[in-house]
Design a protein around this ligand. Structure first.
Ligand SMILES: NC(=O)c1ccc[n+]([C@@H]2O[C@H](COP(=O)([O-])OP(=O)(O)OC[C@H]3O[C@@H](n4cnc5c(N)ncnc54)[C@H](OP(=O)(O)O)[C@@H]3O)[C@@H](O)[C@H]2O)c1
Length: 347
């Protein structure tokens, strides 16, 4: 098969602002397909989508990178082969792939063997991908192949952070900072569909406007002086904050959270917070909760929720698979809001 194969990360301090910078390290090339392992299915990919993780690996800023690597955690395709006698019914089915591999039996936390699809295992920026049979799911009936590819990693992370770890209920008030992020946008759509009142923060007026179109009650520019006070005046305190930002923004959550509220952390784009006001934390009886990806049960629940609410992911850009380096560049600029999806044309 042919695949985009990463042979090394970009040299340090290279800004991926031109497609040419990827030429030396990222190649569209022929890769041997090994015999299918027992318990696995082979999927011919119809569409895949990017996540920030793909860029971090390309830049060498991700733990445990192994080369050569075929990246890509999100995919939708058609099952062409199954090496499991009891699962032959999957052959010919259109599927969406759960990118959480080897979660294990404990709903509370992933196993030590846990991996995300697409490095070290071969990922979805390729003609074919092999996944364990239990990671296959039918595509929600109202979604196109492109929309289905936009669901897995960000949708799963947002679902667990918002509902499983965050325990969101209809009528609660939620704050989601950095709404330009893929997970944040999914959290917004899921929380709105669940009947919550959602407020967002962004560096961009137009991203706030898009969030409002998608059902947010309102938003605030976090670049604006005094934004925390302004947000409190507009919205009041929040029952739940779903955060992938961290850094210098994090201490403000202890002002914004309601007594007894929950702050769920799934990322730290801005690094660790400079300091946390522990007195405010314990006086408010607030909870800080970690969340990562999701279990097989979470993925099935996400798909059932999407099916029931007929939710559609916000896809901003559709490119051919051949344009993967250009898509990485677009992700780097941070100008997009919503998923970048790659269409695979080999049919
Ligand atoms: N734990 C997991 O399972 C998991 C899964 C996926 C991602 N993650 C992590 O979660 C984080 C977000 O990932 P992502 O791919 O969804 O988003 P992303 O594409 O990394 O976007 C991050 C967003 O953060 C916002 N931001 C940056 N600086 C900010 C600041 N000072 N204050 C408020 N917002 C700020 C920006 O929003 P605006 O454009 O709106 O300004 C930006 O679009 C990353 O750190 C990622 O590694 C974790």
């Amino acid at each position: 098969m042919y695949a985009w194969q990463l042979h090394a990360s970009l040299p340090k301090n290279t800004h991926p602002t031109g497609e040419k910078v990827w030429e030396e390290v990222l190649k569209w090339e022929k890769v041997e397909l090994p015999p299918l392992s027992p318990g696995y299915a082979r999927v011919r990919l119809l569409a895949s989508a990017l996540n920030r993780r793909d860029l971090w690996i390309g830049l060498g800023l991700y733990p445990g990178i192994r080369y050569p690597a075929i990246l890509g955690s999100d995919g939708c395709g058609e099952v062409v082969e199954v090496n499991a006698p009891s699962a032959q019914q999957w052959i010919g089915q259109k599927v969406i792939l759960n990118p959480s591999l080897y979660w294990g039996d404990d709903e509370r936390v992933q196993s030590e063997r846990y991996e995300i699809l697409g490095m070290p295992s071969r990922g979805t920026f390729a003609e074919y991908v092999d996944v364990p049979v239990e990671n296959l799911h039918l595509v929600p009936s109202h979604l196109t192949e492109v929309e289905a590819a936009a669901v897995p990693l960000a949708g799963l992370t947002a679902y667990r952070a918002t509902f499983v770890q965050g325990g969101l209920k209809a009528g609660e008030k939620v704050f989601i900072p950095g709404i330009g992020g893929g997970v944040a946008l999914w959290a917004l759509q899921l929380a709105v569909a669940a009947g919550a009142e959602v407020w967002v923060a962004s560096s961009s007026e137009s991203k706030i406007a898009t969030a409002v179109q998608l059902g947010a009650a309102g938003g605030i520019l976090y670049t604006q002086e005094g934004w925390v006070q302004t947000l409190l005046e507009k919205a009041g305190h929040f029952h739940l904050i779903v955060d992938g930002i961290g850094g210098e923004v994090f201490p403000s959550y202890l002002h914004l959270i309601a007594p007894g509220g929950r702050i769920v952390v799934y990322g730290a784009t801005r690094g660790n917070p400079p300091m946390i006001d522990l007195r405010r934390l314990f006086w408010k009886q607030a909870h800080i909760i970690g969340s990562t990806m999701g279990s097989p049960k979470d993925f099935a629940a996400l798909l059932a929720f999407i099916e029931k609410t007929k939710l559609r992911p916000h896809v901003e850009t559709i490119l051919p698979l051949q344009a993967f380096p250009a898509a990485l560049m677009q992700l780097w600029t941070g100008s997009q809001m919503g998923k970048i999806v790659l269409e695979h044309s080999q049919r």
